[in-house]
Write a protein that binds this ligand. Structure first.
Ligand SMILES: [Zn+2]
Length: 453
């Protein structure tokens, strides 16, 4: 064989090897990723508390603050993997003695890997190979960064490039606070649906309690009609305070199968104390309230974010909501977390029902591979203006990690479609921008007034 032929064969096989290589190492991917990175994102679901309340601060020799422990303790890794507790002596080294092995069985999990971009990009550290000295210095730098709220704001707005963030305040439900210039209030309706009797709130904070709200407004709650007026007043207050949507996380407490219960039926249950009411009656009252909230969602033009999928896994499939979705065509339903693990079912529901949007918040963090499959499939099954995203976490590192994870995931999916000739590059970039930003502006038009860039 001639030298030329050899050179040709070698070059050709290298070319084939490169083509079979991971999409992330291609020029195409870096162009699309750069384009997605430049989009000032609108994060439609997060749990960022006021700076002083950011959870998992611990006592250290330098005082109370955020540490490497705090970052992992406030991460989703805890759902599957125990993180060693912060030690009594408050010393990083005692903690690391225990904690360094915590990650061994989690290396491939998305609950672990979504935080790696934060350590890599914000601190220059590869957590997979981290040494004790690197971990100690990382711990110290985290502590320093949280001396005031500057780091938090800078990471969210500059590094994660988030312009607006819808905050679901599960720690302070009925207050509609707006803590940061980028935050947008969400009306969390989870607790009001339990309101068959004030006793249902005996172990809840006052801020979650619609009866406390009623008292403050001087409103009666003697019968169901009174209570429904209180609920409408809450909707009015939420709307006036700038809330742009509703959110329910009832999937953590009960089935998403909401039966149709008549108003008379609910009125007969209303007022029964927690001692008198049966579990079945309480369930029926909540069924009635959920349908009522769907109606009010349409009336007040507040789209309804519903946690679906991973929660009480036995009955949290979004398929349970289909009858309700069909019966409430004027309500805009947003199915959260892509319905994980029922991502195909969620796509099919949105394909069939124009009043359904899919929010992919949390999905790449649950399973990166499932998220890739989901985006690829949904883009084939429904118009690209019906998919949203959110970081769904609690501190700067988590928000950065989940955001970067999502941008990488989307960039992979879009690049693969372009590479296979199924999408033009300029269209792929436009779709990325829609998912990260434009779709939220279209679904929640009030956001336009809050843009600050
Ligand atoms: Zn959430």
């Amino acid at each position: 064989m001639s030298i030329k032929l050899w050179i040709f064969l070698i070059t050709f096989s290298l070319g084939c090897f490169a083509a079979a290589e991971d999409i992330k190492y291609t020029e195409l991917y870096s162009r699309i990723k750069t384009s997605l990175d430049s989009v000032a994102a609108i994060d439609t679901h997060d749990h960022l508390q006021p700076f002083v309340d950011i959870p998992n601060r611990v006592e250290t020799s330098k005082g109370r603050g955020m540490t490497l422990y705090s970052i992992w303790a406030g991460s989703y890794l805890r759902r599957t993997t125990a993180i060693s507790p912060w030690p009594e002596d408050g010393s990083f080294d005692s903690w690391w003695d225990q904690a360094q092995d915590d990650f061994d069985d989690a290396r491939a999990t998305s609950f672990y890997r979504y935080l790696l971009p934060a350590f890599r990009d914000l601190y220059g550290i590869d957590f997979d190979t981290i040494t004790r000295d690197e971990a100690r210095s990382l711990n110290d730098r985290i502590f320093e960064n949280y001396q005031n709220d500057q780091w938090l704001k800078e990471i969210i707005t500059d590094r994660a490039n988030i312009e607006l963030m819808l905050i679901d305040p599960y720690w302070n439900r009925l207050q509609f606070a707006r803590e940061y210039k980028f935050s947008v209030p969400v009306f969390n309706v989870t607790t009001i649906m339990r309101g068959s009797h004030p006793g249902q709130f005996s172990s809840s904070p006052e801020s979650d309690n619609p009866f406390v709200f009623a008292r403050r407004k001087g409103m009666e709650t003697k019968n169901l009609d009174d209570f429904l007026e209180v609920i409408e007043a809450l909707f009015g207050e939420a709307k006036a305070s700038g809330a742009v949507c509703l959110k329910s996380t009832q999937a953590y407490q009960r089935s998403l199968s909401y039966g149709q219960v008549s108003k008379d039926g609910a009125a007969a249950i209303y007022g029964k104390s927690p001692k008198e009411i049966t579990a079945q009656e309480q369930m029926e009252f909540e069924d009635f309230m959920f349908w009522r909230v769907c109606e009010l969602s349409a009336k007040y033009e507040l789209p309804f974010q519903i946690h679906t999928g991973d929660a009480r896994i036995q009955d949290s499939s979004p398929m349970y909501l289909v009858d309700l979705i069909e019966a409430n065509p004027k309500t805009k339903f947003i199915l959260f977390h892509g319905g994980y693990p029922w991502v195909s079912e969620t796509g099919a529901i949105a394909m069939k029902h124009k009043n359904v949007w899919i929010d992919s918040c949390w999905l790449p963090t649950l399973s990166y591979t499932m998220a890739k499959r989901a985006y690829a499939e949904w883009l084939e099954a429904l118009p690209s203006d019906r998919i949203l995203w959110g970081a769904d976490t609690v501190h700067a590192e988590g928000i950065y990690g989940a955001t970067e994870f999502t941008r990488e995931c989307l960039a992979e999916v879009l690049s693969e479609k372009v590479q296979r000739g199924e999408l033009r590059e300029e269209h792929a970039k436009r779709i990325g921008r829609q998912i990260l930003r434009d779709n939220a502006l279209k679904l929640f038009p009030q956001l336009k007034a809050l843009l600050w860039r």
